[in-house]
Design a protein around this ligand. Structure first.
Ligand code: SF4
Length: 349
């Protein structure tokens, strides 16, 4: 029998579970302490619970922390972790897959890039995860395990939902994780430490903007709708203009920030015509544009833009009044870009 995972449940849900097992309601609070404060994954180690309570819990439930199975370390300190997951594909049937989390150390911070889905259904042509197809949504425990099970768990300072999958296509589970990260009963992180990156799934984007105060990054990659649609099928369902109209309804002039990811593909989106159109599109929005160096992938028609082209593009955006930076590549020797390790792993299997 598949056991229900407790990791990701709120204290009031844990209380209800305790009551349903005939245990006192305060057991729910004790469970929340063990799981979220002490990060203990085994009922037998929860020493202030009675033996009977531990036995009852372990009949139907598990904490649900999954250890990683592989870790690669880059010479720049970046570490890529591989996690096994089992995604539901029907009632009581699961598909085995794997996802990655990447820990990026910098002088004063350690950022974890987490995955929210096994594979992805959005099919962006330049993305190795998109090429793997969709294997399923991660539940909150799968996502939280990436935070808890890595070696740097206690010293993480920031997180970006920028790994495998589109987080707004699995928003209910991602929302649970955000609640654990930011609640007093959880880890008490400021929302300023969290950035969610999306290609712009409008209905759940609105929910995210209403329900949280976390930062937002939008994968834009091309200011012209037809060209964007040729690389990112989502443009046909949710136009970037409509995504921007929605974003403009919210305040990004204070603590909360919005940024735009722009991967520069040589000969596709690196002209001054593109830079000027990007300036026009983002006019009036307090934001940052991150220019990302593309690393060639197999069977893809575009290559890496030379540094001089990236710099010219950045300077044109800056001249147009935008804040633009070229993002430094990290972990290149371990192929830290999302989807590569899990893809290799799947191929080997
Ligand atoms: Fe999915 Fe993001 Fe890759 Fe697009 S870029 S296919 S949304 S993981």
């Amino acid at each position: 029998m598949t056991k229900t995972k407790l990791l990701g449940k709120t204290p009031s849900e844990l209380k209800e579970i305790a009551l349903s097992l005939g245990l006192p309601s305060f057991t729910g609070g004790q469970l929340a302490q063990w799981i979220y404060v002490k990060r203990v994954g085994d009922f037998s180690l929860m020493t202030n619970l009675s033996k009977a309570a531990r036995e009852k819990l372990s009949e139907k439930y598990e904490v649900g922390i999954t250890p990683y199975t592989l870790c690669q370390k880059s010479k720049d300190g970046t570490k890529k972790y591989l996690f096994p997951v089992e995604c539901p594909v029907g009632k009581d049937t699961f598909e085995k897959s794997s996802v990655e989390a990447v820990m990026i150390p910098e002088a004063d911070r350690k950022t974890l890039c987490v995955s929210s889905q096994a594979g992805c259904k959005m099919g962006c042509h330049f993305c190795m995860t998109g090429r793997q197809g969709f294997h399923g949504n991660l539940d909150a425990a799968d996502i939280l395990s990436q935070f808890i099970a890595i070696d740097e768990s206690e010293s993480l300072t920031n997180t970006v939902f920028m790994g495998m999958g589109e987080p707004l296509d699995n928003y209910d589970n991602v929302k649970r994780v955000l609640e654990v990260l930011t609640s007093d009963w959880g880890w008490g992180w400021s929302p300023k430490r969290i950035t969610l990156s999306s290609i712009g799934v409008i209905p759940s984007l609105r929910r995210f903007l209403d329900e949280t105060k976390c930062h937002l990054a939008i994968s834009l990659h091309n200011p012209f709708p037809e060209e964007r649609a040729s690389m990112m099928p989502v443009e046909k369902a949710y136009h970037i203009k409509d995504v921007l109209s929605l974003i403009k309804e919210y305040d990004f002039t204070g603590q909360r920030r919005v940024s735009f990811e722009y991967t520069v593909f040589a000969g596709f989106n690196d002209s001054m015509r593109h830079a000027d159109a990007l300036v026009h599109l983002l006019k009036g929005l307090e934001c940052r544009v991150n220019l990302i160096r593309f690393h060639k992938i197999p069977d893809f028609p575009y290559g890496t833009a030379p540094d001089i082209v990236m710099e010219r593009f950045r300077d044109r955006l800056t001249k147009g009044g935008l804040t633009a930076t070229i993002r430094a590549s990290r972990g290149e020797d371990i192929a830290a870009a999302c989807g590569l390790l899990a893809g290799e792993h799947a191929e080997k299997k």
